[in-house]
Design a binder for this molecule. Sequence first.
Ligand SMILES: [Zn+2]
Length: 467
Amino acid sequence: MYLYNSLSKKVEEFVPHTPGKVAMYTCGPTVYHFAHIGNLRSYIMEDVLEKTLRYNGFDVKRVMNITDVGHLSSDADSGEDKMLKGAKREHKSVMEIAKYYTDAFMSDCAKLNIKTPDVVEPATNCIPEFIHMIEVLLEKGYAYKAGENIYFDTSKLESYYVFGNQSSDDLKIGARDDVTEDTNKRNKNDFVLWFTKSKFEDQALKWDSPWGVGYPGWHIECSCIGMKHLGEYMDIHCGGVDNMFPHHTNEIAQSEAFSGHKWCKYWFHVHHLNDETGKMSKSKGEFLTVSLLEEKGYDPIAYRFFTLLSHYRKPLTFSYDALDQATATYKKLKNKILLVPEEGEVDEKAVEEWHGKFAETVGNDVNTSMGITLLYDVLKTDLNGNTKRAIVDDFDYVLSLDLLKADEEAKGGEEDELTAYVEAKIEERKQAKKAKDFEKADAIRNELLSKGIVIEDTREGVKWKRQ
Ligand SMILES: [Zn+2]
């Protein structure tokens, strides 16, 4: 398998630390609000990555954190805690907000056929681990106490800007309205590991620590939760491209300072979903969520299909027109598959051959659109129906587009082909019954049933509906 690595800025052959096994980490959501579909693009692509690794024979363990404390409204340790902001907005406690939006996130993921990672750990579960890592960083001289907070000292590292491209001006203090300069920092990009005294006096969740009652900074959680479940060597770390700096840069700084060796080999970053005016965000324009798409009559899986049509390393522009187009293409594709007759013995050799082709295609830096093209190629072959179905089913492990599931079709138009097919089958069955070939009549009924179509003999004739 080949993957683009944000560290080397090259497509590299993927070789995990332990042969055959993959330690994979995903930065999870900050659960103070619904995820917008731009955030979810990243989670869809990371899901495809995980499934592609498994499809290629790797044994994957994937871990994701849930940020339920310590993420301030600016990624650079200033502004208000996002969780507290959510709680105030909705007149609920921070824990209620965390529970509500964690459930909402999981439900969105389920609707998009995103597999739940093997481990999902809320930050508030790991306070002792955070404290331990911070103690070690202090002992090793990578951290300091100032103004009663604990900071990471970025000047102690040989190279802090591991992803390149960032000048030290990147983090312009005061560039945002809600950012005020933290005069405790020795270097501009130093970041908070533990807050005890700060301007956020009304922080809801606080814990005892060797430095006083307080709460952890945001970046420390991913380093600790990653190491807790995957050990000191990580193979792939994923996230949205906007996490590269400062979040991932800081994760690397503290993890490698802590362990004394290189931490994670491959960094996988998914690019933005833009709307027609630029980068999508919660605060700007229409707040696009999975629920909103559903309210407007879209199938969440059609949104998944839309994202798979383009490469994860390119920005993708969302519009309802583009989603309409993708939805139509998706429905046509599903109807095409639904019309593949269930006949013939599965040609296992052909299934294996196409498995290899698909593994290589999608395994080439998660090329999902080429994977979908391959699907059309399969349908064009003269393989028998059951073999085609077996191959489609095999590809769908990675694509997760419910390609063989009939029931979703009820939504919207594009039904003519299916109706024509069902009516032809009903006529065929009528003729079979007339000829007293009840075995054939039953077989037709069962064939329709296997596609989710129920037929009923009524006084007015044969009626059909979806299950
Ligand atoms: Zn993270």
